[in-house]
Design a protein around this ligand. Structure first.
Ligand code: F6R
Length: 609
């Protein structure tokens, strides 16, 4: 939440910062701002609304300089407005600061600062840090920063320009991501990798309370006590183009179209495609551990939680291991029966979701064996988990997760197979056969993408619909949860997922003429059951769209529209059937004129509670 970019070096910092903010717009987009040292003057430009508003202001009143900081905001304290937009300064204008996170004790500190003559202009918690730093500053930025960090509570990533040292950027963070880029005659800081990929691939990730001092000549790191430390940069092999929109109208469509490739890349990391065997050392448990597991707990948020729901069904079905799945924000405060030594898995695209991090830390305190499924190398979760299984989706820019969800469910599927083999629930031959089948799924996905106009056409006739219900049984129910979230978050159409058999226990009262019911019916064994549920809503006026695994003649009688995916093993079908669901959400949102990549009120990386 909120994106930070800072640059110091040979170039004019303004285009670098603006490009970076554009790449980070998914983190927040209700206002943006920039602070630049132009000669000896600190120039600020801020604008409410999307980054384009700031760009327009910069076109009218250009500014340039060799060092600067910028910010794109997702409001927490203070409404979105020009004055609440970052950067903020102190009363004496000794510094400018941008901040990601929430300062929890800001009111207490503000009271002390007001008594000492500070005049506040905004409603933000960030200005409190600016004023506090200004108040503590006695000529040494590092000392002031150390003192300030010791006083503030909450989460923060801060980038600061001091008037007395204009070509240097000071940074620190706690529970908020910060990545530092080591370039040639330039240094960059940002909240996430895509903002700096164009300048360097050699990056260091900040750990809590460390301090980084960025100069053109390089970056110096200090621990929280101010002792200099050495950090070795990691080389990021993400392709620059993968963080760009290319010829696509939206990142979301680009990312959906990348799914067959994401599938192959992730699959090949965990499976030897010569003989279709699992690379068993890539999984975080030994055979002995897997055999002794009594239960696995999976915790995550949003789409990643839905990947956990599907993971539970894969693992229970194939590995015969009981799995509990919980939402991180609930898990962290509920009573827990977890015991020391139990396996505990978190799933997170960003690796920075505050609730998921807190849940994982709680499990660590209990003494659990923590593991993570994560897309971002160097993120907090990937650093703190006992072991990590990466998803190989590359950068995902659209706020709505698509290719990363796919990569998560692929990893969950492979975990299920690995556990099944290690626990003796499946033979090596049966696992190999399943992997061979699995390797064919990307071709089936591609067919859906090549025929996406079918979905577009359906959306063009359905976009006025007010309520959409996604129903399914077993694996299809877990998939329905994700399909419903995708639709509501980008199209603002009310949508819910229901276990198909549960409808008649209350929800069916909502069905009326014109309701759209999407029946996910990819599980042949459950077809007769879902057929009854489709019929129950059809006769009450719903338009029923059935998604089937191969041809199912029976679907015709109970639905108005049928979409078929290629016939495949029923456990693999969700991996393919998610694509038409993502496309449906996309096209309905486009038809309604919604800002697909940046839906209202959302941000991609939820780094606050
Ligand atoms: C929805 C979406 C969110 C995230 C959730 C967790 O499309 O992307 O629901 O899944 O905020 O984020 P991560 O996976 O980064 O922990």
């Amino acid at each position: 939440m909120c994106g930070i970019v800072g640059y110091t070096g040979d170039k004019n910092c303004v285009p670098v910062i603006m490009n970076g903010l554009t790449a980070l717009a998914y983190r927040g987009y209700d206002s943006a701002g920039i602070a630049v040292w132009e000669g000896s003057e600190l120039v600020l430009r801020k604008a409410k609304g999307k980054i384009d508003n700031l760009k327009a202001i910069l076109e009218q009143s250009p500014v340039s300089g060799k060092s600067g900081i910028g910010h794109t905001r997702w409001a927490t304290h203070g409404e979105p407005s020009d004055v609440n937009a970052h950067p903020h300064t102190d009363t004496r204008k000794t510094l400018a600061i941008v901040h990601n996170g929430i300062i929890e004790n800001y009111q207490q500190i503000k009271g002390m600062l007001v008594k000492n003559g500070c005049e506040f202009v905004s409603e933000t918690d960030t200005e409190v840090v600016a004023q506090l730093l200004g108040y503590l500053y006695r000529g040494n930025p590092l000392t002031a920063l150390k003192q300030a960090v010791a006083l503030i509570e909450g989460s923060f990533a801060l980038a600061i320009l001091f008037a007395d040292d204009p070509e240097t950027i000071y940074c620190t963070c706690k529970d908020s991501p910060m990545v530092l880029g080591h370039g040639q005659n330039e240094s960059v800081v940002a909240s996430d990798i895509p903002a700096i990929l164009e300048y360097t691939r050699d990056v260091c990730f900040m750990q809590d309370r460390q301090i980084a001092v960025l100069r053109k000549s390089g970056i110096t790191y200090y621990d929280e006590f101010g002792v200099e430390i050495q950090k070795t940069p990691t080389h990021i092999d993400w392709d620059v183009e993968s963080a760009k929109k290319g010829n696509y109208e939206h990142f979301m469509m680009k990312e959906i179209c990348e799914e067959p490739e994401t599938f192959r890349k992730t699959f090949e990391q965990y499976v030897s495609t010569k003989d279709f065997t699992l690379k068993s050392d890539r999984f975080p448990w030994s055979e002995e551990q897997a055999k002794n597991f009594d239960r696995l707990t999976i915790v995550s948020c949003g789409t990643a939680y839905h990947a956990g729901m599907l993971g539970k069904r894969f693992i229970e079905h194939m590995a015969k291991l009981s799995v509990d799945v919980d939402i991180a924000s609930e898990f962290r405060y509920n009573d827990t029966m977890l015991q020391s030594g139990e396996p505990f898995l978190v799933i997170s695209q960003s690796g920075e979701t505050a609730d998921t991090i807190a849940a994982m830390r709680r499990a660590k305190e209990i003494g659990c064996n923590t593991m993570a499924v994560c897309n971002v190398t160097g993120s907090t979760i990937s650093r703190e988990a006992g072991s990590v299984m990466y998803t190989y989706a590359g950068p995902e820019i659209a706020v709505a997760a698509t290719k990363t969800y796919l990569a998560q469910i692929i990893v969950m599927y492979l975990c299920a197979l690995d556990l099944a083999q290690k626990r003796g629930a499946m033979t090596a031959e049966a696992v190999s056969e399943r992997l061979r089948e699995m390797s064919k799924v990307p071709a089936s996905m591609q067919k859906i993408l090549d025929n996406k106009e079918q979905v577009q056409f359906f959306a063009s006739r359905s976009f006025a619909v007010k309520h959409v219900f996604f129903i399914g049984r077993g694996l299809d129910y877990a998939l329905a949860m994700e399909a419903a979230l995708k639709l509501k978050e980008i199209s603002y159409i009310h949508s819910e997922a229901y276990a198909a058999g549960e409808l008649k226990h209350g929800t069916i009262a909502l069905i009326e003429d014109g309701s759209l019911v999407v029946a996910l019916a990819t599980q042949p064994e459950l077809q007769a059951k879902i057929a009854s549920n489709m019929e129950e809503v059809r006769v009450r006026g719903a338009h029923v769209l059935a998604v089937t695994n191969g041809h199912w003649e029976g679907a015709k009688g109970h639905s108005h529209t049928q979409w078929e995916i290629d016939q495949m093993d029923e456990t693999l079908a969700p991996l393919c059937a998610i694509i038409p669901m993502q496309l449906l959400a996309y096209y309905l949102a486009v038809q309604k004129g919604c800002p697909v990549d940046q839906p209202r009120n959302l941000a991609k990386s939820v780094t606050v509670e």
